[in-house]
Design a protein around this ligand. Structure first.
Ligand code: PLP
Length: 449
């Protein structure tokens, strides 16, 4: 059964925000929880259903974050919940590293089958996006016997030391953490909204690729020493930046010419979010390794890497994880994939297109909107103070997120001055319209202030 719409109608804001119960919870959280967490606004959640979040004071919000692009099938999809309940009565844990059990085996087979490209695949299970990136990095080094890695400015790959070394998004994420993993070189990711004057998307893309081939490979990073190029198909945290149509094809050709593995981090963009199962499918490229997490299990912690079988050649003991491939997470993932395949990928493409059209109309009326971009339900809105100079409207992007929260729409920022729309893939056009009306009103207030 597909849960298209929540029975709850959102938004309904009954208290001032944060309400009394949220204020109490937040006061306690501030005392005992790590101050490193970045809370965008004071939302204290009680429950979720479809694309609706109820807070601890009974306020209802329309969720266009999906818990940072995680709850692909909506909050608490009944089929996912049923699968979790059923599995939890049978086996909570046994460690797929040491023993065999059905859900992990079945999910590995399914992921191997749906991963981009025709080559045979094998799967390693993790608990998070960062762990998937760590696993990919280790496998690439192990398989190639090479040390160096190329990653991109603006990329986000996670916060454990290996993944953090590949992350090139915000300095605060690295500041104070000392030396990163040696052998990582960052280079420019094509951004067609901010390309140098006089460039076309094609010439800008070529400049970015030439920088690797004609500069890095010739001056500082011999290609024979490079294990992998690690790339997001669409940059997520970096600002929802969609590269030009030929980019991944051309970049992967450069990689393969030199025996370098092409690792695609689909942690945020994967699992139906862009209107195809994997975002890289829009570019028709078969990566050597795909990193997954977030949307994979509708909110249960699970990550995976899917690699070409000939590449996943590490021996027993080389890499493992106690919790990776947890049986409950695996059944949630199997149910998630079924729902994606049956209807939600198509819905993501359809409602995503609708949202893009409606946002295009908003852009006509709101000078603050510099750019609208994305695929499926992975959509970024970049705010600028001046469309000619493209001066970044950093505070305004933050203000838009805050204003929308007060009006009952949950959004998150990305990049320096962009706002991302990453709702659960169950939303319909009516909910998209509600979000548009709130963004319209919030921008209107900001522009007339
Ligand atoms: C593309 C990408 N890779 C990796 C990660 C890290 O995932 P996690 O927070 O589960 O470690 C993220 C998280 O936002 C991400 O967007």
């Amino acid at each position: 059964m597909l849960q298209r719409r929540s029975v709850l109608n959102a938004p309904v804001i009954r208290t001032k925000l944060p309400g009394p119960n949220a204020s109490k919870l937040i006061a306690s959280d501030e005392k005992f929880t790590s101050p490193s967490y970045t809370r965008a606004y004071p939302l204290a959640v009680k429950r979720g259903e479809g694309a609706v979040i109820e807070d601890v004071d009974g306020n209802l919000f329309l969720d266009f974050t999906a818990g940072i692009a995680v709850c692909a099938t909506g909050h608490c999809h009944p089929d996912v919940v049923n699968a979790i309940q059923h599995q939890s009565e049978r086996l909570l844990h046994m460690s797929g590293t040491d023993f065999y059990y059905g859900p992990q085996c079945e999910l590995a087979r399914k992921l191997a089958e749906i991963a981009p490209g025709d080559s045979a695949k094998r799967v390693f299970f993790t608990n998070s996006g960062a762990e998937s990136v760590e696993a990919a990095l280790k496998l690439a080094r192990y398989h190639t016997g090479r040390q160096q890695v190329i990653a991109f400015f603006g990329a986000f790959h996670g916060r454990t030391m290996g993944a953090l070394s590949l992350t090139g998004s915000k300095a605060i994420q690295r500041q104070g953490f000392g030396a990163m993993l040696p052998g990582v070189t960052h280079t420019e990711y094509p951004n067609c909204y901010r390309m140098p004057a006089g460039s076309t998307p094609e010439s800008h893309m070529k400049d970015c690729l030439d920088r690797i081939e004609l500069l890095l490979f010739r001056k500082t990073v011999p290609p024979e020493d490079v294990a992998a190029i690690v790339v997001e198909p669409i940059q997520g945290e970096g600002g929802y930046i969609v590269p030009p149509p030929e980019f991944h094809q051309r970049l992967s050709e450069i990689a393969h010419k030199h025996g370098i593995l092409y690792i695609v981090d689909e942690v945020q963009a994967g699992m139906g979010r862009t209107g195809k199962m994997f975002a890289i499918d829009h570019w028709g490229v078969e990566p050597d390794i795909v990193c997954l997490a977030k949307g994979l299990a509708s909110g249960m912690p699970l990550g995976a890497i899917v690699a070409r079988s000939e590449i996943m050649d590490w021996p027993p003991g080389a890499h493992a994880s106690t919790f990776g491939g947890n049986p409950i997470s695996c059944v949630a993932a199997l149910e998630t994939i079924r729902l994606l395949e049956e209807e939600l990928i198509e819905n993501s493409a359809k409602v995503g297109e609708y949202l893009m059209t409606r946002l295009g109309a908003l852009q006509q009326r709101h000078p603050l909107i510099g750019d609208v971009r994305g695929k499926g339900l992975m959509i970024g809105i970049e705010l600028v103070r001046d469309r000619n100079t493209k001066e970044r409207a950093v505070e305004e992007a933050e203000e838009l997120v805050q204003n929308c929260f007060l009006k009952g729409l949950l959004l998150l920022g990305c990049g320096e001055n962009s706002v991302r729309l990453s709702p659960p893939l169950v939303i319909d056009e009516q909910q998209a319209e509600t979000a548009i009306a709130i963004i319209d009103a919030a921008l209107g207030e900001m522009e007339s202030a």
